[in-house]
Design a protein around this ligand. Sequence first.
Ligand SMILES: *Cc1c(COP(=O)(O)O)cnc(C)c1O
Length: 234
Amino acid sequence: MEGFGLIAENIIHVRKAIQESIEKRRVPVREEVELIAVTKNHDIYAMRKAIDAGIRIIGENRIQEALNKAKILDRQVKWHLIGHLQTNKAKQAVELFSLIHSVDSERLALALQREAEKIGKVQKILLQVNIAGEDTKFGVTPEEALLTASRISQLNHLQLCGLMTIAPHESEIELTRPVFRRAYQMYTDLKNAGLKNADFQWLSMGMTNDYTVAVEEGSNLVRVGTGIFGQRQY
Ligand SMILES: *Cc1c(COP(=O)(O)O)cnc(C)c1O
């Protein structure tokens, strides 16, 4: 199978590509890029290999899968939730994840605030923005982003740390660039808006197919699955 024995090599390759993209940047975003290994549908053995090769952040899409893995994983890592979250799973999400990328409504933010307050945590979150307005994707529209962000920033058990976006799948990687550019612009606008309970430092964008362009356009948090582990088996 592609990938499994090559996980460490794949990580080296991805890190090198990220470095090359940083050198092509024209935007003054913080220089380091954090690489999240997206482990959905990959097992504990693959996860251990990635962690032993230097990965420090695991990205998962589904709460139950993440909880099951967290119970048995014998390594120190940070867990990031990158997939859609239902309000009725807010409690479990707050218990496990250090950063939730997929906050896409005030309603979800309120549920997270309640659960974070109960356990005395300040939950770090990102606002997910659906830049291209695709029906198949979650996220607030660019038009809604400022209003939603300012409402969320009233919640004192949440800390709004930036934005997350998923670009449309394109056959030609260059076609993703305008989406990432717009996301970066929104990120800097919101960073400069002086919101309460906010600390804008993360712009989460870029996956296996498009992370090089995303980093060139200012991403500092990339979410790579296939590029590290090979194709997922469903
Ligand atoms: C699955 C997933 C990824 C990783 O996708 P790859 O194409 O395998 O790199 C990144 N972000 C989100 C939100 C995902 O659901």
